[in-house]
Design a binder for this molecule. Structure first.
Ligand code: F6P
Length: 568
């Protein structure tokens, strides 16, 4: 346990509090810009292809200086270096945190317990590339010799959200002749809808699970196997019969079929074999890759099949561009550091509870959902690494959907509600290349909306301006916008694989910065365990009415009502 002062006892924390209570008690972006128009140029950082404008934040040079002092006092960069070096910064699980090694170049050296892990990373990437090429070229065929035309990824959380989001984001780069779907929910409807129009003979299942113990994934994978074997006319034989060496209840014809139609992405070879997937069909990763940081590992296989190994490499290079930026840019121009500090400023000194991420890109429709796990599973903690309850705000609620749709749904609250909600507006200078000219021409309108929202949120509309439009006096308060709603605008040339990698790494490192300042372990997820354990315990009460000890009265009554309704 470190004897460093607790965060809220640090002088830098107190100075930020004084600054907020003093000059920043009622910050006005109109006044800040009037006094310092140069902030429009000064409060911009470049990281790779990303131009990140943070001028519309409730900050001054003094705020930034104080935030940077806090970063120095909490040794954010020292903690960063420890992560990149492979130290066991995931203290509660006693593991290194090395998703950055997944995108390291072939000749890099990143050691875990004295062993360079980069060759193993590239060996798996090479195997993935060879397999992806075989599927894409038609060389890898199904059990009946038919070409694979459908890829169904089965996974949940970090084994689903990343590849599902990126597949959506990079659709313009995908092989459109392949159907790629993602099944995560244990609700049977998810698998049903994913496979109902597919031909089993042409379908490859990619079972993605770091632990290979996740009940949703294993349940769906088992059902997918039954669907496949039934569709291929390869019945299952009972456990113990000839040809069933794995003891998993399937006969040899079925085993051969599974071997052609199932691959696994996991750290757990034993469980993969137990499930009945040939270890030769397993693509490995390692326990130093957190689930929510894993999609640039083997977990990206379905994406790699969709976009091809070269595009996947571009994606990894994009990640690495921001890794290098985060490692080397000085504090004043270090984008993840600045974004992380701004989040601390609002969460801890303005009591902001949430953070909106609003991509102005249809292709990024799953981006915010991906960030929810990245940020909220990482920083949704209330106990510090010192084992003590924190006395400050930690991670925000992250939410949002693509603009312009959100404008016609919840932006009302952003503009005129009672809550301060900092937002990220993400946009691109060019639409993806394949859009027809008429549709590509809509891009300026899309981006005009992004810029207009940032302006309206920041500067609002004063009562005088409303009156000057001849609005009747009784309506003036309703049509006045206070403004001062902070936004970051992230502008990139185009949504390419590289730019997507850059965006994700930007948020990964922002989350890291915040965890480092808040002194929490951003890399464990004990908070999801209790629900998992209880679900297993409750299930028998639902299926066969078993009396489950320890069910609280409310839940017991719900279970009884459910059974009565179900069986009526
Ligand atoms: O939801 C909890 C969690 O452990 C996530 O952290 C993880 O991404 C997800 O479950 C899936 O886990 P696995 O990849 O082991 O199936």
């Amino acid at each position: 346990m470190s004897d460093a002062p607790r965060l809220n006892r640090r002088p830098e924390w107190a100075e930020l509090g004084d600054h907020r209570a003093g000059p920043m008690l009622h910050p006005s972006l109109r006044e800040l810009f009037a006094a310092d128009p140069g902030r429009a140029e000064r409060y911009v950082v470049h990281a790779g292809d990303l131009r990140i404008d943070y001028s519309k934040h409730l900050i001054t040079d003094e705020t930034l200086a104080l935030l940077l002092e806090l970063a120095a006092a909490t040794d954010v960069f020292g903690q960063r270096d420890a992560m990149f070096r492979g130290e066991r910064v995931n203290v509660t699980e006693n593991r290194p945190v090395l998703h950055t090694a997944l995108r390291a170049p072939r000749d890099a050296v990143v050691e875990v317990d004295g062993e360079n892990v980069v060759p193993a990373v590239h060996a798996v990437l090479d195997r993935m590339a060879a397999f992806a090429d075989r599927v894409r070229s038609g060389d890898w065929t199904g059990h009946t010799g038919r070409r694979i035309r459908n890829v169904v990824n089965i996974g949940i959380g970090g084994s689903d959200l990343g590849p599902a989001m990126a597949y959506e984001a990079l659709q313009a780069y995908t092989d459109r002749s392949l159907t790629v779907r993602f099944v995560s929910n244990v609700d049977g409807a998810d698998l049903h809808e994913a496979v109902r129009d597919l031909d089993p003979a042409e379908t490859l299942f990619v079972v993605a699970s770091k632990t290979f113990t996740t009940i949703e994934t294993l349940t769906n994978a088992t059902s997918a196997r039954s669907w496949l074997l039934a569709g291929l006319g390869e019945g299952t034989s009972r456990s113990g019969e000839a040809g069933n060496e794995a003891g998993n209840g399937i006969g040899s014809g079925a085993e051969k079929a599974v071997a052609r139609h199932f691959v696994a992405l996991s750290t757990n070879a034993g469980k993969v074999t137990e499930f009945g997937i040939d270890p030769d069909n397993m693509f490995e990763f390692w326990d130093w890759v957190g689930g929510r940081y894993s999609f640039d590992s083997a977990i990206g296989l379905s994406l790699m099949i969709a976009i091809g190994p070269d595009r996947f490499r571009e994606l990894l290079d994009g990640f690495r561009t921001i890794d290098d930026h985060f490692r080397t840019a000085p504090p004043e121009t270090n984008a993840p550091l600045l974004l992380g500090l701004l989040g601390v400023w609002y969460g801890d000194f303005f009591d902001a509870q949430s953070h909106a991420v609003l991509p102005y890109s249809h292709y990024l429709s799953k981006f915010t959902a991906y960030l929810q796990q990245l940020d909220m599973e990482s920083n949704g903690k209330s106990v510090g690494r010192d084992g003590l309850p924190v006395e400050w705000q930690t991670g925000p609620v992250v939410w949002g959907t693509p603009g312009t749709n959100g404008q016609h749904a919840y932006f009302q609250l952003l503009h005129q509600g009672t809550k301060l909600i900092p937002a990220d507006l993400i946009g691109f200078a060019r639409p993806v290349a394949e859009l027809e000219p008429e549709l590509a021409a809509q891009h300026d309108l899309l981006m005009a909306n992004l810029f207009a929202q940032g302006q309206a949120l920041a500067f609002g509309k004063t009562a005088e301006e409303v009156r000057a439009e001849g609005v009747p006096e009784e309506q003036v308060p309703h049509r006045t916008f206070r403004g001062n709603r902070p936004t970051t605008t992230v502008l990139a040339p185009e949504l390419t694989p590289s730019v997507l990698g850059q965006l994700i790494a930007l948020y990964e490192h922002k989350v890291f910065v915040q965890g480092a300042i808040w002194n929490i372990d951003s890399f464990d997820q004990w908070g999801v365990e209790l629900g998992k354990v209880l679900a297993k315990r409750v299930e028998p009460a639902l299926t066969d009415g078993t009396d489950v000890p320890g069910l609280d009265p409310s839940t017991a009554a719900l279970v009884a009502a459910y059974r009565a309704l179900r069986d009526a």
